[in-house]
Every structure is written in C-alpha cells, then in structure tokens.
Design a protein around this ligand. Sequence first.
Ligand code: C5P
Length: 240
Amino acid sequence: LDTGNLLYRGKAKDVYQTNQPQQVLVKFRDDITAGDGEKKEIMSLKGYYNSLISAKLFRLLEDAGIKTQYIDLPEPGYMISHKLDMIPLEVITRNIAAGSLLRRFPFQDGQTFNPPIIQMDYKNDEYHDPMLNDDIILALDLASSEDLETIRKITLKINEVLKSFLESRGLLFPDFKIEFGRDIDGNIVLGDEISPDTCRFWDIETCDILDKDLFRKGESGVIEAYQKVANIILDDEDKK
Ligand code: C5P
C-alpha cells in the first residue's frame, strides 16, 4: 500500500497523511508493549488482527449512530480514517474490577459495576499516564466541561453497544480504553482503536483471558487469543 507522509508514530500504530487533506491512513503495527513501554516485542499478525477487530467494532458503533474515525479498511493492517485532533485522555470504562483498579483500591476481584466506572487518565509518557479528575482536566485545558459531558455520554453508549454485542458472542467485557479527537467541524469523534491491546475480553464459559493481559503476564498463546477474538466477532463479510 502506498503511504504518504508520516504524521505521527505511536507505540503500536503509525499515522500517514493521504492525498485527501481530512483523511489519514492508520497502519496497525506488530509492536506490542506493556508496563509503560518497558516490555516490548514484535508479534507477527498482531496488527492484522487488531485492524480487523477495530474496523468491525467501529462499524458496529457507526451503525448505532456513534461517530468514529473509521472510513475503510483497504487491506488488513491499514485503516483509512478521518483526520482528528486527538484529545490526550485515555477514557477507561470498567464493568468488572480488574487490573490496576485492584492494585490501587480495595475492590474485590471480579466485582461488577452498574453503572460502569469511567476513569480518565492523562495520555502523557513523561508523567506516566496519571489518573485525572475533572478539575485537573479543566485546569490543564485538556477539555471543557461540555466536552467532558459529551465524552461521558458517548462512552456510556459505546459501552452498552459493545458489551451487548460481545456478550451475544460469548465474551465478557470487563474494561476497555478509548480515545477521542475533534474533526474539522469540531465534533468529538471516537479515534484510536478498539482491540485486544486496549480491552479486556474474557471467555464467558471458561473465563479464559483473550487479550493483552496474557502478554503483560508473560504467558503464551497471545496471538492465538487475538485470532480467537477475531474469529468470534468477525462475520464472513468482515473477512476480506
Ligand atoms: O491497566 P488497567 O487495568 O487500568 O487497564 C484498564 C483497561 O484499559 C484495560 O482494558 C487496558 O487494556 C486498557 N488500557 C490501555 N492503555 C493504557 C492503559 C490501559 O489500553 N495505557
């Protein structure tokens, strides 16, 4: 695929300018990182599966009336997207207590949250992505109160749509992280990715972990788990 100028290189994706000013090409790389970038590997086919999974979930959200960056997946690994001015917030939604929440607060392992918990972290490597509160977000001028209200409303809807879809396919959805940006018209739009790199997925029957936690814990079968998630959520027409 013919890529244009590199605009941004992240830990797992590259963003290229296309010949359309308001469109970018997002390349999903095979780099996998954990622990604030300390643990790093290349995992063949990871970008392939993550792009297919993200495209499917973005399309599902679009069908539910949620604006996403997704335009097209010309080939696995490459997503044509709307160009967004990204907001440096990691918006984390939690339906079941897991991960860092259990390390930081006295919740019970597996405790469920209804309504879900929405947590916002500052996407900033230098400061190691600290947890924010609304006052700090406003004082740092990351978003306005109105933006925060919009982000919360969209995030809860995204959680509803994804959770019911995933449960219908036999996957629990304990938590996930999303990022938003602003398009040329100032709309808040879902960007980044939704994949086993950024979500927890557990098999409803066996409670097997099917996400990046396997890599974080140094367990085997990481790419097999990503492949399994892809097979579970993709329909025949999603597999090009
Ligand atoms: O680490 P923690 O348990 O707080 O992660 C919550 C959710 O957010 C997990 O699904 C994890 O994959 C995701 N996350 C992420 N990127 C980060 C931090 C968390 O995708 N930098």
